[in-house]
Design a protein around this ligand. Sequence first.
Ligand SMILES: *[C@@H]1O[C@H](CO)[C@@H](O)[C@H](O)[C@H]1NC(C)=O
Ligand SMILES: *[C@@H]1O[C@H](CO)[C@@H](O)[C@H](O)[C@H]1NC(C)=O
Ligand SMILES: *[C@@H]1O[C@H](CO)[C@@H](O)[C@H](O)[C@H]1NC(C)=O
Ligand SMILES: *[C@@H]1O[C@H](CO)[C@@H](O)[C@H](O)[C@H]1NC(C)=O
Ligand SMILES: *[C@@H]1O[C@H](CO)[C@@H](O)[C@H](O)[C@H]1NC(C)=O
Ligand SMILES: *[C@@H]1O[C@H](CO)[C@@H](O)[C@H](O)[C@H]1NC(C)=O
Length: 555
Amino acid sequence: MRAIYRFSSLLALLCLAHWVSCKVVRFELDLTYEDREIAGFVRKAILSNGQLPGPTLRVKQGDDVEFVVSNLMPFATTVHFHGVMQQGTSWSDGTPGLSQQPIDSGDTFVYRWTAVDYGSSVKKPFKLITEDAAKLAAMIKAEVNTKPLMLSDWRFLTSEVIWQAEIDSGCESICSNAILFNGRGSAWYLPQERIHSLTMPGQRFALGNHTLTDTGCFPPLDSFFGPFPRDPSVLPTGFDEGCIPSHGPTEIIEVNPYSRYISRDVISMTGSATLVFSIDEHPMYVYAIDGRYVEPILVEAVIVPAGSRYSVLVELKQDGFAGKYTIGAANIGLNQIINGTAVLSYTARETKNALLFRISRKLPSQTVNQTFILNIDHDHASYRWKLGDSSFPVDYEGLQPALFNTSSIPFPHRVSTYNNTWVDIIFNLTEGRQPPHPMHKQSNKYFVIGYGNQPFTYSSVAEAMEVVPENFNFEHPQLRDTFSTPVAAGPLGTWLAIRYFVINPGPFLLHCHLQMHQSGGMALAVMDGVDAWPVVPEEYQLPVGPSPANTSPEQ
Ligand SMILES: *[C@@H]1O[C@H](CO)[C@@H](O)[C@H](O)[C@H]1NC(C)=O
Ligand SMILES: *[C@@H]1O[C@H](CO)[C@@H](O)[C@H](O)[C@H]1NC(C)=O
Ligand SMILES: *[C@@H]1O[C@H](CO)[C@@H](O)[C@H](O)[C@H]1NC(C)=O
Ligand SMILES: *[C@@H]1O[C@H](CO)[C@@H](O)[C@H](O)[C@H]1NC(C)=O
Ligand SMILES: *[C@@H]1O[C@H](CO)[C@@H](O)[C@H](O)[C@H]1NC(C)=O
Ligand SMILES: *[C@@H]1O[C@H](CO)[C@@H](O)[C@H](O)[C@H]1NC(C)=O
């Protein structure tokens, strides 16, 4: 059953291009579970059409997508389209227990949705970088030719093994074995003295007289794992220590300097790492975040939280015709010292055409109809988490999906909103010593209106605005579908406030995008627009037969 969520997070691979079209685009995806060598180490892995990561699916704005999934794996699954709105098609959102029953082994399921994301027409932000016509044309061309660059933290143990180890030991899995670029990389470990010299002050403080393990991992201590029962002696090798160095291929991005710019959609699908991404000697313009244009900012490096997408434009050196530059991604969390590299290589040629658009910029309402303050905290174990005072059970994947029965998910695991209303969600970390939680809302994007470095002790945003107005931003709020709570390094918690307008009725999951936290229960079903609940088309009705509640997916 764990495989369902594991795969959900792997499907961060969809690239939406922003030019308008309206045709039916059909994709066929065969899912298999096979031995595969990744980072030089063979383990079972979920493959999409034989690949990992899966193929890039390119659709244009306005296209109707028909996505046919054949589950050839020995367990049930669903496919979720991270960041895709599913306007009016909540039955195609692919969340077990919320929008559909798991696709059984041997079965096929057709997801149908329209690529409405990105509004109706959009202006590109590149004029904010330059007015030079030749450079502008090169930037637009780079964007048209953009490609995904997927960052991940690969584990040599499968999620089933890890989940069982968490239950047996009481220790959350906070470390991985390799940082990968588009599925390529190596498991590479530093000598212990080097790990020691790189240990950060925050880590030293929390470690006391202990040291990081041979994989750079924070050992099972109360200062990181909380005061919960633990037995690390039953942990499998490689879980938090026991380095197994192994060599895999290196991702090489070949570029033609004559194209002047390249664009990449840097996508983080990590399970526990928060990665900082950079390219040696190449500052880059971040021009879109979570699929939305932003005013371009020139940066040396960018932090990409799990579940986020940062589109970057890189100016190529005009004198670097044969250069090779290191692309780096390093974890910035206290949980582990680990990094990975790829290569930017000046060699190949890229060719294709360009197009143009317009913009619209909305701001959040000043007033809201509903406020949910959701506390975030451990739930009696280092690997169990609560969102809104409850831990979302993994077994809900097997429930009669909430789309078909709005009371199927019991309180307090669900909250409800009304269509055409403004909603505030405030995440309140009730205790300190928590990593940033990248909070993802399925379906819609939200405005990030405020955050603070203490717990939230107010009853609403309006009340907090009177006391700490400096913690809010209503003029240039980011529009995101994933955003991290501020890190809570000290003994106190922190908070994050988001605001959104409900326009797509249906059941959508709100969850931490760190895989281990989501598995551990940091999730909540948001029943958006219960007053305008969708009518499910005939073809998506559940088959009649034995109670769906009993058909829980196979292991
Ligand atoms: C490490 O510190 C703990 C208390 O923080 C103490 O009980 C223990 O004896 C120390 N161990 C060593 C080897 O110094
Ligand atoms: C990690 O970064 C160091 C430089 O700080 C580099 O030498 C090393 O090759 C990197 N590791 C990997 C696996 O790329
Ligand atoms: C939501 O709030 C707005 C502004 O306060 C108000 O006009 C509207 O009637 C409210 N909607 C509902 C459904 O209560
Ligand atoms: C909906 O789910 C609730 C809770 O499990 C259950 O009591 C109720 O019978 C279900 N309704 C239908 C129509 O199946
Ligand atoms: C947020 O967490 C703090 C610390 O536990 C708590 O005192 C406060 O009541 C919480 N805020 C709300 C609104 O529940
Ligand atoms: C919900 O509200 C949005 C925005 O006004 C509207 O487009 C949509 O049709 C509504 N949905 C339903 C089912 O009424």
